[in-house]
Write a protein that binds this ligand. Structure first.
Ligand SMILES: Nc1nc2c(ncn2[C@@H]2O[C@H](COP(=O)(O)OP(=O)(O)OP(=O)(O)O)[C@@H](O)[C@H]2O)c(=O)[nH]1
Ligand SMILES: [Mg+2]
Length: 232
């Protein structure tokens, strides 16, 4: 498996797993500082776009990270354990479990396996925060409401801003509680969930802060810290 994945002890191998459409390819593009239109970017989309494992080097010259886009968890007919074994996930230094709207059994199974293989560091990441917050805002505003257009009046705009800030806090709080509950139920140890979106990751990679930012800078710092320690 190590040969198949071109494992090299001088690099840190990071697998990004998660259900179809969770945002794996978009996430890998963003942490590599690439927007989706970049020629080196992985294909992304609303229909299933990644079928086989793809390997991506960081474009930065001194980076020691190699990213792997691992499709198919939660969609195959094999058991979650078999999936972990068949995909050779045990060879990775680090696994990022990307969760979308729901925490799936397959996500929890991968986290279980990471706990058993003690040298695999796992990070739990909730993707597409911007999209989810926008959906919550639209549900909260009056029926038929869509996101702001140029002709929106001042009163509606101020209501929108207020609603957005409230829904954002509610989303963060609910996501943290929900992940904690799933980890407890599955007898997994407590772990932070990093709530992110692609735009804010891209901003954090270039050392600026997006208004959409939640945990992106923390995630990048913690992954870098892990890489630094592991390569010492
Ligand atoms: N708004 C928003 N959309 C996102 C974000 N991340 C991914 N998406 C969108 O979600 C859809 C699926 O993203 P992909 O990156 O293709 O997801 P994937 O997990 O690689 O999908 P498969 O390869 O099919 O398993 C695409 O339309 C992306 O543009 C995000 O942070 N915010
Ligand atoms: Mg993909």
């Amino acid at each position: 498996m190590k040969a198949q994945y071109r494992y090299s002890p001088e690099f840190i191998h990071i697998a990004v797993v998660g259900s179809a459409g969770a945002g794996k390819s978009s996430f890998i593009n963003a942490v590599r500082g690439l927007s989706r239109n970049d020629s080196m970017a992985a294909p992304t989309g609303i229909v299933e776009t990644t079928y086989t494992v793809a390997r991506y080097l960081d474009p930065y010259p001194n980076s020691r990270m190699v990213w792997y886009d691992i499709p198919g968890s939660g969609t195959t007919k094999v058991s979650d354990w078999q999936y972990f074994n068949n995909m050779g996930l045990y060879i990775f230094d680090c696994i990022i479990v990307l969760i979308g709207n729901r925490v799936l059994e397959s996500d929890l199974a991968i986290l279980h396996a990471c706990e058993q293989f003690r040298n695999i560091e796992a990070f739990i990441v909730r993707s597409k925060s911007d999209q989810h917050i926008n959906n919550m805002v639209c549900e909260k505003m009056s029926q038929g409401f869509d996101l702001p257009g140029p002709d929106m009046d001042a009163k509606t705009r101020s209501l929108l801003l207020q609603t957005k800030s409230e829904e954002r806090e509610r989303f963060i709080d609910e996501t943290r509680k929900n992940v904690r509950m799933h980890l407890e139920r599955a007898n997994l140890s407590r772990k932070k969930v990093y709530i992110v979106c692609v735009d804010a990751i891209l901003a954090a990679v270039s050392n600026s802060r997006s208004p959409k930012a939640i945990d992106e800078a923390d995630l990048l710092n913690d992954v870098e810290e892990f890489v630094r320690k592991r390569l010492q």
